[in-house]
Design a protein. Structure first.
Length: 52
């Protein structure tokens, strides 16, 4: 199962990605826009291959 952590600050996202990757998770940074005129919301998506 994939999980998301919403995080606005770039430095915080980088730190979270490092921590999760070092603990065996597959990680990706993404962004989504709720409506066409809204700003992007950034998140980190993570999952473990052996737990799918």
């Amino acid at each position: 199962m994939r999980h998301k952590i919403y995080c606005e600050a770039s430095a915080d996202r980088d730190a979270l990605v490092t921590i999760l990757a070092k603990n065996g998770y597959t990680v990706r940074i993404g962004k989504e826009q709720k409506t066409k005129n809204s700003r992007y919301t950034y998140y980190i998506e993570y999952w473990r291959k052996d737990r799918d």
